[in-house]
Design a protein around this ligand. Structure first.
Ligand code: AGP
Length: 611
């Protein structure tokens, strides 16, 4: 969950290129940052605790050398506290070789002991520093690429790394195993990065690397190869994300921009995937002929965090529409519990980033046990996407805000399409299928109508910005939405919040209810409405304050709730996609009122690529 970025080319403003690139990687981690520039004589290094802007200020205070080669890094600490010494780049004792790294070196302690015995002096507490000393060790008898290969051969763990050496200033070498790496191909200039965001201002032609691959980039070209030096052909892909998609687009925060993008991103998630006349969906990315999909008799949905909440909604969708048993698993649990799988089980890996370590490990476990691993991923070319046997991209565009919003609704939309496809292969009628499709087609417009209540929700948020706790209640397919609403609130406003099935309240949580415990209740006009209404009355009887998410035209609910946020009616199975939107906005506005860093909440990173 760090960001690495490197440049080699004819331009002399490498420092500016690197800083701008780091800014687009900052959501990957932001507790310290640094860069190394080759200034035609030595490696000029500056690094600092804090965010990219702190590094930028440091550079503004001095004469930065002109340079045509450099690497940079923004960090989310795993080994060693966030401080200047532990910030990357890391150099060997002579200051000749510099490395930036994203990942974890699991055997760093043993390697450090070995290297210290050989006289290497360490400056930091990081695992990464062992790598630069290993390269130095092998560099004496090898060129830089060979020295890097030998060094990596001794590592256990994960890495996306970039290395430069003042002894060979016309080359930049990069490699990956377990962490993402992308090459940007410009006009006689090259960029290496953790992901495409920093590349788009310079080039849309990119190469995504797979594990155990490396690239040697010289001023006149590049060579892609495996870690054992076998040449490998890599296709050049074109990035279709516009740079303004990356920018905030006029919103104060990426998170608010992404919440308001949802009508479009939900539409994109289903674009070209609906066969209206047949009342079904078409998902070519599953790389399955329909027969093999028909043979699936068990589904496992596995993910982390918000994506796990989407998986919980998926369970209701697939079991209701396809009548196939579904289990939802935390990826971090699934990967270690020796699950019972076979070839008639499909395991869906749901991940916005496509790089979450636990979900990637779950994929590999599923594959090892013969199940069919399929990805439901946002980032094109990400590791989970490429290691799955197929899958469905959610097409939500870059999600920069650390708190996931548009990815959740896009994931649920795709899960609805998958459930529809599998259902129509089984007992779901064309008429029922068409109802689902009609509901999906209505969604973007109805989400827009909910977004129009932004100001109402902001007013409600202002009354709850100083509470210490929240309780979220939902039933049926909206129970996962209660969990998701609670996660949004706690991760960006730092207020403790819990989600519960509404009926569970009487089994304990009701003891918490008093005038200081606001309760958010999803109370849509569905089959559970009457029961949820009685839950609300139980809360009110104990002086709890109720924020109800209700269906437009419900005149009863306002007699029982302190605040009512109305949603347009929608097919019950699709209601989570609407019901989550006011909860996203409520959390956002409470967090803003509390002065929290909404896009980069404390202690969090956008993609958790370590265990
Ligand atoms: C969601 O708001 C969080 N940022 C986090 O729970 C996230 O959903 C989780 O880390 C999974 O990430 P992924 O979807 O990229 O795998």
């Amino acid at each position: 969950m760090c960001g690495i970025f490197g440049y080699i080319g004819p331009r002399f403003d490498t420092a500016e290129i690197l800083i701008e690139g780091l800014k687009r990687l900052e959501y990957r981690g932001y507790d310290s940052a640094g860069l190394a520039l080759y200034d035609d004589e030595r490696l000029w290094v500056r690094k600092t605790t804090g965010k990219i802007r702190d590094l930028e200020k440091k550079l503004e205070a001095e004469a930065v050398p002109r340079s045509r080669l450099g690497i940079a890094h923004t960090r989310w600490a795993t080994h060693g506290a966030p401080n200047d010494q532990n910030a990357h780049p890391h150099l060997d004792e002579s200051g000749s070789i510099a490395v930036v790294h994203n990942g974890i070196i699991e055997n760093h302690a043993a390697l450090r002991a070995l290297l210290e015995k050989e006289g290497h002096e360490f400056e930091s507490e990081t695992d990464t520093e062992v790598l630069v000393h290993l390269i130095e060790k092998f560099r004496r008898a090898n060129d830089l690429p060979a020295a890097l290969r030998k060094a990596l051969g001794m590592l256990h763990g994960t890495y996306g790394i970039i290395v430069i050496d003042r002894g060979d200033p016309d080359v930049l070498v990069a490699a990956r195993h377990g962490s993402p790496l992308v090459l940007g191909i410009g006009e006689n200039e090259y960029f290496v990065s953790s992901d495409v965001a920093p590349l788009v201002p310079h080039t849309r032609n990119v190469i995504y690397f797979d594990d155990n691959e490396m690239v040697v980039v010289r001023r006149d070209g590049y060579r892609t190869m495996t870690l054992d030096a076998r040449p490998v052909n890599k296709a050049i892909a074109e990035v279709d994300w516009e740079i303004e998609e990356i920018e905030k687009g006029g919103f104060p925060h990426f998170m608010l921009k992404e919440i308001h993008e949802q009508p479009e991103t939900i539409a994109n998630a289903m674009r070209g995937r609906m066969l209206i006349a047949e009342g079904t969906s078409r998902l070519q990315g599953l790389n399955l002929n329909l027969d093999s999909l028909r043979k699936i008799d068990r589904v496992i949905l596995t993910a982390c965090g918000t994506s796990w909440h989407a998986a919980l909604v998926g369970e209701y969708l697939i079991e209701d529409l396809a009548r196939i048993p579904v289990e939802v698993e935390y990826a971090s649990e699934f990967r270690y519990r020796n699950p019972i799988l076979d070839e008639s089980t499909v395991v869906f890996l749901i991940s916005q980033s496509g790089e979450t370590a636990d979900t990637l490990a779950a994929l590999r476990e599923a594959k090892a046990k013969g199940a069919l691993p399929l990805g439901i991923v946002n980032v094109v070319g990400s590791t989970i996407a490429r290691e799955s046997a197929g899958g469905v991209y959610i097409h939500a565009g870059p999600e920069i805000g650390v708190a996931s919003t548009k990815a959740f609704t896009a994931q649920v939309t795709v899960l609805a399409l998958i459930a529809l496809l599998m259902g129509r292969q089984r007992d779901l009628s064309v008429a029922e299928g068409k109802k689902i499709l009609r509901g999906l087609l209505e969604l973007p417009g109805k989400v827009k109508r909910v977004l129009a209540k932004n100001d109402v929700i902001e007013t409600i948020a202002a009354q709850y910005a100083s509470v210490g706790n929240f309780l979220y209640l939902g039933r049926g397919i909206n129970f996962p939405v209660a969990l998701e609403g609670a996660l949004k609130m706690k991760e960006i406003s730092y207020i403790h919040a819990e989600g519960y099935p509404a009926a569970e309240m009487k089994h304990g949580p009701i003891a918490l209810i008093d005038e200081d415990m606001p309760v958010v209740v999803i109370a849509l006009r569905d089959s559970a409405y009457e029961k949820v209404l009685s839950n609300i009355q139980e809360v009110r009887a104990r002086h709890g304050r109720v924020i109800a998410i209700a269906t437009e035209g419900d005149t009863e609910i306002s007699n029982h709730a302190d605040h009512v946020i109305e949603l347009p009616s929608i097919h019950p199975l699709l209601s989570p996609i609407l019901a989550v939107v006011p909860l996203q906005l409520l959390a956002y506005h409470v967090a803003v009122k509390r002065g929290c860093d909404v896009d980069q909440p404390r202690n969090l990173a956008k993609s958790v690529t370590v265990e």
